[in-house]
Design a binder for this molecule. Structure first.
Ligand code: ATP
Length: 219
């Protein structure tokens, strides 16, 4: 059976999550206390409910415990976000993902049982900054505070050389997970595979090692 998703808070972030899941064919329950916000998404998502998520009885009566994943996307009202998280966890939802406003909010959310805390503005800021520093960096995904995955376009010093020649693992402690050539993705690159112009390398590593790698191969 397909997973059941509920998204609480139809701000820019929450509505984007709800619409995307819906477009991918998943059933989504969208909850917001604001009638207008609910109306805006009612044409796209499967079920919409106008409700205050800090009201435990209401959430229980909506059958929230049958959902696999609940996304709490309330930003400004930190108290409502925390209360909602506590209630949803208490109801027994296995996976609760919560958007945090700042680090302190994030810490509290983890303490009260959020399974995953996300910082969309902070993370997007990091990604944009990385893309600005190096024109070769296409994307940057933080795995933890110390580790990331980067997508980097092959620079001139890399082109025509093999992974063995570049010796990325030994020199930088980073791992090339895949090489994209046009639409094709090679997810098990061989040491002898040659890097071509316009190839994109997908590399996992420690942030400081990735930075050294980026600088070494910058044009
Ligand atoms: P954005 O994703 O646009 O950045 P934001 O972080 O600024 O959003 P808010 O606009 O404060 O977050 O909240 C998002 C939505 O959550 C709003 O539509 C608001 O009506 C809704 N919301 C806030 N508190 C509650 C609550 N207790 N119950 C249900 N919905 C709520």
């Amino acid at each position: 059976m397909k997973k059941q998703y509920a998204v609480i808070g139809m701000g820019r972030f929450g509505s984007s999550v709800a619409k995307t899941l819906s477009n991918m064919g998943f059933e989504v329950l969208a909850i917001d206390s604001d009638e207008h916000r609910i109306q805006e998404v009612s044409y796209i998502v499967t079920h919409v409910v106008q409700a205050d998520s800090t009201d435990e009885e209401t959430l229980r009566s909506l059958g929230l415990r049958n959902f696999d994943v609940v996304v709490v996307a309330i930003g400004q009202d930190i108290q409502a976000s925390i209360l909602t998280t506590i209630i949803v966890k208490e109801i027994g939802v296995p996976k609760v993902i919560v958007k945090a406003q700042n680090e302190l909010h994030g810490k509290v959310l983890r303490k009260v049982g959020a399974d995953k805390v996300i910082f969309p503005e902070r993370d997007m800021g990091t990604r944009v900054a990385h893309n600005l520093i190096s024109s070769n960096i296409i994307d940057h995904i933080e795995l933890s505070d110390d580790y990331s995955i980067v997508e980097i376009r092959a620079s001139r010093p890399m082109v025509g050389r093999s992974l063995r020649q570049l010796d990325i693992r030994a020199r930088f402690g980073c791992n090339v997970m895949g090489i994209k050539t046009g639409d094709k993705m090679n997810i098990a690159p061989y040491a002898e595979d040659l890097i071509k112009e316009n190839d994109v390398l997908v590399i996992v590593g420690k942030n400081e090692d990735l930075e050294t790698f980026e600088k070494t191969f910058a044009e």
